[in-house]
Design a binder for this molecule. Sequence first.
Ligand code: NAD
Length: 365
Amino acid sequence: MKLFSQIESMGHEQVVYCSDKESGLKAIIAIHNTTLGPALGGTRLLPYEKEDEALNDVLRLSRGMTYKAACAGLALGGGKAVIIADPNQKSEAMFRSYGRFVESLNGRYITAEDMNTNVANMDYIRLETRYVTGVSAGFGGSGDPSIMTAKGVLYGIEASIKYRIGKNDLQGVKIAVQGIGAVGKHLCKMLHEKGAKLFITDIDDNKLKQAHSLYNATIVTEAELYSLDVDVYAPCARGSILNSSTIGRLKAKVVAGCANNQLEDEEKHAKNLKDNKILYAPDYVINAGGLINVANELTGYNLEKVESEVARIANTLESIFIEADKLSLTTQEAAKRFAEKRIQSVANLKIMSSFNHSAIGNIIK
Ligand code: NAD
Protein backbone atom coordinates (compact mmCIF):
# COMPACT_ATOMS: atom_id res chain seq x y z
CA MET A 1 0.00 0.00 0.00
CA LYS A 2 3.03 2.29 0.19
CA LEU A 3 2.73 2.78 -3.55
CA PHE A 4 -0.84 4.06 -3.33
CA SER A 5 -0.05 6.47 -0.50
CA GLN A 6 2.93 7.81 -2.44
CA ILE A 7 0.84 8.31 -5.60
CA GLU A 8 -1.92 9.93 -3.58
CA SER A 9 0.41 12.30 -1.73
CA MET A 10 2.00 13.49 -4.99
CA GLY A 11 -1.37 13.79 -6.73
CA HIS A 12 -0.86 11.36 -9.63
CA GLU A 13 -3.80 10.14 -11.69
CA GLN A 14 -2.38 6.88 -12.98
CA VAL A 15 0.78 4.79 -12.89
CA VAL A 16 1.22 2.02 -15.46
CA TYR A 17 3.72 -0.83 -15.20
CA CYS A 18 4.73 -2.27 -18.58
CA SER A 19 6.50 -5.60 -18.86
CA ASP A 20 7.43 -7.69 -21.89
CA LYS A 21 9.78 -10.59 -21.32
CA GLU A 22 10.48 -11.16 -25.04
CA SER A 23 11.92 -7.73 -25.68
CA GLY A 24 13.26 -7.21 -22.14
CA LEU A 25 11.01 -4.19 -21.62
CA LYS A 26 10.45 -3.02 -18.06
CA ALA A 27 8.88 0.42 -17.99
CA ILE A 28 6.78 2.65 -15.77
CA ILE A 29 4.55 5.37 -17.20
CA ALA A 30 3.31 7.99 -14.74
CA ILE A 31 0.46 10.34 -15.60
CA HIS A 32 0.43 13.11 -13.06
CA ASN A 33 -2.28 15.55 -14.11
CA THR A 34 -4.36 15.92 -17.26
CA THR A 35 -6.46 18.95 -16.29
CA LEU A 36 -4.95 21.14 -19.02
CA GLY A 37 -4.69 18.36 -21.63
CA PRO A 38 -3.07 14.97 -22.31
CA ALA A 39 0.11 14.26 -20.37
CA LEU A 40 3.26 14.82 -22.41
CA GLY A 41 6.74 13.93 -21.19
CA GLY A 42 9.83 12.05 -22.30
CA THR A 43 10.95 8.49 -21.75
CA ARG A 44 14.14 8.15 -19.71
CA LEU A 45 16.17 4.98 -20.05
CA LEU A 46 18.50 4.10 -17.18
CA PRO A 47 19.84 0.93 -15.54
CA TYR A 48 18.19 1.80 -12.22
CA GLU A 49 19.60 -0.49 -9.55
CA LYS A 50 16.39 -0.57 -7.55
CA GLU A 51 12.81 -0.51 -8.83
CA ASP A 52 11.95 2.02 -6.10
CA GLU A 53 14.53 4.37 -7.54
CA ALA A 54 12.86 4.16 -10.98
CA LEU A 55 9.45 4.74 -9.44
CA ASN A 56 10.60 7.77 -7.45
CA ASP A 57 12.24 9.22 -10.55
CA VAL A 58 9.17 8.83 -12.74
CA LEU A 59 6.80 10.17 -10.08
CA ARG A 60 8.92 13.25 -9.46
CA LEU A 61 9.66 13.90 -13.13
CA SER A 62 6.02 13.55 -14.20
CA ARG A 63 4.87 16.01 -11.55
CA GLY A 64 7.52 18.45 -12.82
CA MET A 65 6.06 18.08 -16.33
CA THR A 66 2.64 19.22 -15.08
CA TYR A 67 4.19 22.44 -13.79
CA LYS A 68 6.39 22.81 -16.87
CA ALA A 69 3.47 22.57 -19.33
CA ALA A 70 1.34 24.88 -17.19
CA CYS A 71 4.03 27.58 -16.98
CA ALA A 72 4.78 27.26 -20.71
CA GLY A 73 1.14 28.03 -21.53
CA LEU A 74 0.58 24.66 -23.23
CA ALA A 75 -2.74 22.82 -23.28
CA LEU A 76 -0.98 19.74 -21.94
CA GLY A 77 -0.73 17.86 -18.70
CA GLY A 78 2.25 16.20 -17.06
CA GLY A 79 3.54 12.70 -17.55
CA LYS A 80 6.80 10.87 -17.88
CA ALA A 81 8.09 7.35 -18.35
CA VAL A 82 11.17 5.37 -17.40
CA ILE A 83 12.53 2.25 -19.02
CA ILE A 84 14.70 0.19 -16.68
CA ALA A 85 17.54 -0.97 -18.93
CA ASP A 86 21.16 -0.47 -19.77
CA PRO A 87 21.59 1.73 -22.90
CA ASN A 88 23.36 -1.30 -24.55
CA GLN A 89 20.11 -3.28 -24.28
CA LYS A 90 18.16 -0.86 -26.50
CA SER A 91 16.49 -2.56 -29.47
CA GLU A 92 13.77 -2.06 -32.03
CA ALA A 93 11.67 -4.72 -30.28
CA MET A 94 11.99 -2.98 -26.91
CA PHE A 95 10.79 0.38 -28.27
CA ARG A 96 8.03 -1.14 -30.38
CA SER A 97 6.82 -3.10 -27.38
CA TYR A 98 6.89 0.10 -25.34
CA GLY A 99 5.02 1.91 -28.16
CA ARG A 100 2.18 -0.61 -27.84
CA PHE A 101 1.82 0.20 -24.14
CA VAL A 102 1.76 3.94 -24.96
CA GLU A 103 -0.92 3.26 -27.62
CA SER A 104 -3.02 1.35 -25.08
CA LEU A 105 -3.43 4.59 -23.10
CA ASN A 106 -5.34 6.10 -26.03
CA GLY A 107 -3.57 9.44 -25.99
CA ARG A 108 -3.75 10.12 -22.26
CA TYR A 109 0.06 9.96 -22.38
CA ILE A 110 2.25 11.21 -25.24
CA THR A 111 5.95 10.44 -25.15
CA ALA A 112 9.19 12.03 -26.40
CA GLU A 113 12.93 11.56 -25.87
CA ASP A 114 14.78 12.03 -22.61
CA MET A 115 18.03 10.78 -21.11
CA ASN A 116 19.45 7.87 -23.22
CA THR A 117 16.59 7.90 -25.75
CA ASN A 118 16.83 9.60 -29.13
CA VAL A 119 15.03 10.45 -32.37
CA ALA A 120 15.71 6.97 -33.84
CA ASN A 121 14.14 5.36 -30.74
CA MET A 122 11.07 7.64 -31.08
CA ASP A 123 10.75 6.53 -34.71
CA TYR A 124 10.48 2.90 -33.54
CA ILE A 125 7.76 3.92 -31.08
CA ARG A 126 5.98 5.78 -33.93
CA LEU A 127 5.58 2.46 -35.75
CA GLU A 128 3.15 1.44 -32.98
CA THR A 129 1.48 4.67 -31.89
CA ARG A 130 0.71 8.25 -32.95
CA TYR A 131 1.20 9.36 -29.36
CA VAL A 132 4.91 10.13 -29.69
CA THR A 133 6.75 13.36 -30.50
CA GLY A 134 10.39 14.22 -31.20
CA VAL A 135 10.27 11.87 -34.21
CA SER A 136 12.30 12.44 -37.39
CA ALA A 137 11.23 14.61 -40.32
CA GLY A 138 10.23 11.44 -42.22
CA PHE A 139 7.42 11.01 -39.66
CA GLY A 140 6.55 14.72 -39.75
CA GLY A 141 8.55 15.45 -36.64
CA SER A 142 11.01 18.14 -35.62
CA GLY A 143 13.85 15.89 -34.45
CA ASP A 144 16.07 16.61 -31.47
CA PRO A 145 14.48 19.25 -29.18
CA SER A 146 17.75 20.14 -27.38
CA ILE A 147 18.44 23.25 -29.46
CA MET A 148 15.08 24.78 -28.45
CA THR A 149 15.76 23.88 -24.82
CA ALA A 150 19.09 25.73 -25.12
CA LYS A 151 17.38 28.75 -26.70
CA GLY A 152 14.90 28.92 -23.84
CA VAL A 153 17.74 28.74 -21.33
CA LEU A 154 19.57 31.53 -23.18
CA TYR A 155 16.47 33.78 -22.98
CA GLY A 156 16.06 32.80 -19.35
CA ILE A 157 19.68 33.72 -18.54
CA GLU A 158 19.21 37.09 -20.27
CA ALA A 159 16.02 37.76 -18.29
CA SER A 160 17.67 36.72 -15.02
CA ILE A 161 20.76 38.88 -15.57
CA LYS A 162 18.56 41.85 -16.44
CA TYR A 163 16.46 41.33 -13.30
CA ARG A 164 19.31 40.62 -10.91
CA ILE A 165 22.05 43.01 -12.05
CA GLY A 166 20.21 45.33 -14.45
CA LYS A 167 22.35 44.44 -17.48
CA ASN A 168 20.61 44.30 -20.86
CA ASP A 169 23.08 42.06 -22.68
CA LEU A 170 25.52 39.23 -21.99
CA GLN A 171 28.66 40.99 -23.22
CA GLY A 172 31.43 40.12 -20.75
CA VAL A 173 29.03 38.29 -18.42
CA LYS A 174 30.81 35.35 -16.74
CA ILE A 175 28.91 32.08 -16.99
CA ALA A 176 29.82 28.65 -15.59
CA VAL A 177 28.24 25.81 -17.56
CA GLN A 178 28.17 22.36 -15.96
CA GLY A 179 27.58 19.67 -18.61
CA ILE A 180 28.39 20.15 -22.30
CA GLY A 181 25.86 17.59 -23.54
CA ALA A 182 23.01 17.86 -26.04
CA VAL A 183 21.70 21.11 -24.50
CA GLY A 184 24.94 22.41 -22.97
CA LYS A 185 26.86 22.44 -26.25
CA HIS A 186 24.17 24.53 -28.03
CA LEU A 187 23.93 26.80 -25.02
CA CYS A 188 27.72 27.41 -24.98
CA LYS A 189 27.62 28.35 -28.68
CA MET A 190 24.74 30.79 -28.15
CA LEU A 191 26.30 32.35 -25.05
CA HIS A 192 29.65 32.71 -26.82
CA GLU A 193 27.95 34.48 -29.74
CA LYS A 194 26.38 36.90 -27.23
CA GLY A 195 29.83 37.77 -25.88
CA ALA A 196 29.68 35.87 -22.58
CA LYS A 197 32.89 34.59 -20.95
CA LEU A 198 32.51 30.85 -20.41
CA PHE A 199 33.79 28.45 -17.77
CA ILE A 200 32.98 24.79 -18.38
CA THR A 201 33.10 21.42 -16.71
CA ASP A 202 32.09 17.89 -17.80
CA ILE A 203 33.12 14.34 -17.06
CA ASP A 204 33.89 13.88 -20.76
CA ASP A 205 37.28 15.40 -21.66
CA ASN A 206 36.62 15.35 -25.40
CA LYS A 207 33.54 17.53 -25.04
CA LEU A 208 35.53 19.96 -22.91
CA LYS A 209 38.40 20.19 -25.41
CA GLN A 210 35.96 20.85 -28.23
CA ALA A 211 34.07 23.59 -26.37
CA HIS A 212 37.38 25.10 -25.26
CA SER A 213 38.62 25.48 -28.83
CA LEU A 214 35.27 26.52 -30.34
CA TYR A 215 34.14 29.02 -27.71
CA ASN A 216 37.36 30.01 -25.97
CA ALA A 217 35.89 28.51 -22.79
CA THR A 218 38.02 27.99 -19.68
CA ILE A 219 38.01 24.37 -18.47
CA VAL A 220 37.59 23.91 -14.70
CA THR A 221 37.01 20.95 -12.38
CA GLU A 222 33.59 20.36 -10.85
CA ALA A 223 34.94 21.35 -7.42
CA GLU A 224 36.35 24.62 -8.78
CA LEU A 225 33.16 25.45 -10.67
CA TYR A 226 30.93 26.02 -7.63
CA SER A 227 33.16 28.64 -6.05
CA LEU A 228 34.02 30.54 -9.22
CA ASP A 229 33.46 34.27 -9.11
CA VAL A 230 30.93 34.26 -11.96
CA ASP A 231 27.63 35.98 -12.65
CA VAL A 232 25.71 32.85 -13.66
CA TYR A 233 25.93 29.18 -12.73
CA ALA A 234 24.15 27.08 -15.38
CA PRO A 235 23.59 23.46 -14.24
CA CYS A 236 23.13 21.46 -17.46
CA ALA A 237 24.02 17.93 -16.35
CA ARG A 238 22.20 16.10 -13.56
CA GLY A 239 19.56 16.80 -10.92
CA SER A 240 19.80 17.52 -7.15
CA ILE A 241 22.87 19.65 -7.80
CA LEU A 242 21.60 22.51 -5.62
CA ASN A 243 22.09 21.04 -2.16
CA SER A 244 23.62 21.67 1.25
CA SER A 245 27.13 20.99 0.03
CA THR A 246 27.03 23.21 -3.09
CA ILE A 247 24.84 26.24 -2.29
CA GLY A 248 27.12 27.66 0.41
CA ARG A 249 30.04 27.68 -2.04
CA LEU A 250 28.25 29.51 -4.87
CA LYS A 251 29.40 33.05 -5.64
CA ALA A 252 27.16 33.35 -8.72
CA LYS A 253 24.33 35.89 -8.57
CA VAL A 254 22.08 33.79 -10.77
CA VAL A 255 21.43 30.04 -11.12
CA ALA A 256 19.87 29.35 -14.52
CA GLY A 257 20.37 26.09 -16.40
CA CYS A 258 18.55 23.26 -18.15
CA ALA A 259 18.95 20.34 -15.73
CA ASN A 260 15.71 18.88 -14.36
CA ASN A 261 15.06 18.72 -10.60
CA GLN A 262 18.03 20.92 -9.70
CA LEU A 263 16.95 21.47 -6.08
CA GLU A 264 17.64 18.45 -3.89
CA ASP A 265 15.03 19.70 -1.42
CA GLU A 266 12.63 22.05 -3.20
CA GLU A 267 11.64 24.15 -0.20
CA LYS A 268 14.83 24.18 1.85
CA HIS A 269 17.31 24.72 -0.94
CA ALA A 270 15.20 27.33 -2.76
CA LYS A 271 15.13 29.22 0.56
CA ASN A 272 18.92 28.85 0.98
CA LEU A 273 19.44 30.38 -2.46
CA LYS A 274 17.07 33.25 -1.67
CA ASP A 275 18.80 33.91 1.68
CA ASN A 276 22.16 34.02 -0.15
CA LYS A 277 20.70 36.57 -2.62
CA ILE A 278 21.10 34.17 -5.53
CA LEU A 279 18.33 34.51 -8.10
CA TYR A 280 17.14 31.02 -9.05
CA ALA A 281 15.37 30.55 -12.39
CA PRO A 282 13.10 27.56 -11.64
CA ASP A 283 14.23 24.61 -13.77
CA TYR A 284 10.85 23.64 -15.17
CA VAL A 285 10.22 27.20 -16.35
CA ILE A 286 13.57 27.90 -17.97
CA ASN A 287 14.01 24.45 -19.58
CA ALA A 288 10.58 24.27 -21.29
CA GLY A 289 11.91 25.02 -24.80
CA GLY A 290 12.20 21.34 -25.73
CA LEU A 291 8.69 20.61 -24.50
CA ILE A 292 7.30 23.58 -26.44
CA ASN A 293 9.11 22.29 -29.52
CA VAL A 294 7.75 18.74 -29.39
CA ALA A 295 4.27 19.90 -28.35
CA ASN A 296 4.06 21.85 -31.58
CA GLU A 297 4.40 18.61 -33.57
CA LEU A 298 0.90 17.73 -32.35
CA THR A 299 -0.70 20.69 -34.13
CA GLY A 300 1.52 20.90 -37.23
CA TYR A 301 5.07 22.07 -36.66
CA ASN A 302 5.76 25.72 -37.42
CA LEU A 303 9.25 26.95 -36.54
CA GLU A 304 8.23 30.62 -36.30
CA LYS A 305 5.47 29.81 -33.81
CA VAL A 306 7.84 27.64 -31.77
CA GLU A 307 10.46 30.42 -31.68
CA SER A 308 7.95 32.96 -30.41
CA GLU A 309 6.60 30.58 -27.75
CA VAL A 310 10.13 29.76 -26.57
CA ALA A 311 10.97 33.48 -26.38
CA ARG A 312 8.04 33.93 -23.97
CA ILE A 313 9.99 31.96 -21.34
CA ALA A 314 11.78 35.24 -20.57
CA ASN A 315 8.48 37.03 -19.84
CA THR A 316 7.19 34.18 -17.70
CA LEU A 317 10.38 34.18 -15.64
CA GLU A 318 10.20 37.94 -15.18
CA SER A 319 6.60 37.68 -13.89
CA ILE A 320 7.69 34.93 -11.48
CA PHE A 321 10.64 36.99 -10.19
CA ILE A 322 8.38 40.03 -9.64
CA GLU A 323 5.72 37.95 -7.87
CA ALA A 324 8.34 36.27 -5.66
CA ASP A 325 9.73 39.64 -4.58
CA LYS A 326 6.28 41.15 -4.06
CA LEU A 327 5.13 38.30 -1.81
CA SER A 328 8.53 37.48 -0.24
CA LEU A 329 8.43 34.00 -1.73
CA THR A 330 11.20 31.92 -3.20
CA THR A 331 11.12 31.87 -7.00
CA GLN A 332 10.34 28.14 -6.75
CA GLU A 333 7.22 28.88 -4.69
CA ALA A 334 6.19 31.69 -7.05
CA ALA A 335 6.55 29.37 -10.08
CA LYS A 336 4.47 26.70 -8.39
CA ARG A 337 1.73 29.22 -7.61
CA PHE A 338 1.85 30.47 -11.22
CA ALA A 339 1.31 26.90 -12.51
CA GLU A 340 -1.28 25.92 -9.92
CA LYS A 341 -3.33 29.06 -10.56
CA ARG A 342 -3.65 28.17 -14.25
CA ILE A 343 -4.45 24.50 -13.57
CA GLN A 344 -7.05 25.45 -10.95
CA SER A 345 -8.72 27.96 -13.27
CA VAL A 346 -9.35 25.19 -15.80
CA ALA A 347 -10.25 22.65 -13.12
CA ASN A 348 -12.94 25.07 -11.91
CA LEU A 349 -14.72 25.16 -15.28
CA LYS A 350 -18.37 24.28 -15.20
CA ILE A 351 -19.05 20.65 -16.15
CA MET A 352 -21.43 20.55 -19.12
CA SER A 353 -22.98 17.14 -19.77
CA SER A 354 -23.92 16.00 -23.24
CA PHE A 355 -25.84 13.01 -24.49
CA ASN A 356 -24.20 9.84 -23.22
CA HIS A 357 -25.85 6.49 -23.99
CA SER A 358 -24.44 4.69 -21.01
CA ALA A 359 -25.59 7.40 -18.61
CA ILE A 360 -29.20 7.52 -19.82
CA GLY A 361 -31.83 5.56 -17.96
CA ASN A 362 -33.58 5.42 -14.67
CA ILE A 363 -31.31 4.09 -11.96
CA ILE A 364 -33.98 4.45 -9.30
CA LYS A 365 -35.86 1.15 -9.29
P1 NAD B 1 23.17 14.87 -22.06
O1 NAD B 1 23.23 13.52 -21.46
O2 NAD B 1 23.30 15.02 -23.53
O3 NAD B 1 24.28 15.84 -21.40
C1 NAD B 1 24.65 15.81 -20.07
C2 NAD B 1 26.12 16.16 -20.00
O4 NAD B 1 26.48 16.26 -18.63
C3 NAD B 1 27.03 15.12 -20.64
O5 NAD B 1 27.97 15.77 -21.47
C4 NAD B 1 27.70 14.44 -19.44
O6 NAD B 1 29.02 13.98 -19.75
C5 NAD B 1 27.72 15.58 -18.45
N1 NAD B 1 27.81 15.19 -17.04
C6 NAD B 1 27.28 14.14 -16.40
N2 NAD B 1 27.60 14.16 -15.11
C7 NAD B 1 28.35 15.26 -14.91
C8 NAD B 1 28.99 15.84 -13.79
N3 NAD B 1 28.92 15.29 -12.59
N4 NAD B 1 29.67 17.00 -13.97
C9 NAD B 1 29.74 17.57 -15.18
N5 NAD B 1 29.17 17.08 -16.26
C10 NAD B 1 28.49 15.93 -16.15
O7 NAD B 1 21.79 15.51 -21.53
P2 NAD B 1 21.01 16.79 -22.07
O8 NAD B 1 19.94 16.34 -23.01
O9 NAD B 1 21.96 17.85 -22.49
O10 NAD B 1 20.24 17.24 -20.73
C11 NAD B 1 20.95 17.81 -19.65
C12 NAD B 1 19.97 18.07 -18.51
O11 NAD B 1 18.91 18.90 -18.98
C13 NAD B 1 19.28 16.81 -17.95
O12 NAD B 1 19.03 17.00 -16.59
C14 NAD B 1 17.96 16.77 -18.72
O13 NAD B 1 16.96 16.06 -18.00
C15 NAD B 1 17.64 18.26 -18.80
N6 NAD B 1 16.76 18.64 -19.90
C16 NAD B 1 17.10 18.34 -21.19
C17 NAD B 1 16.25 18.70 -22.23
C18 NAD B 1 16.58 18.42 -23.67
O14 NAD B 1 15.93 18.99 -24.57
N7 NAD B 1 17.57 17.60 -23.96
C19 NAD B 1 15.06 19.39 -21.94
C20 NAD B 1 14.77 19.72 -20.61
C21 NAD B 1 15.62 19.33 -19.60
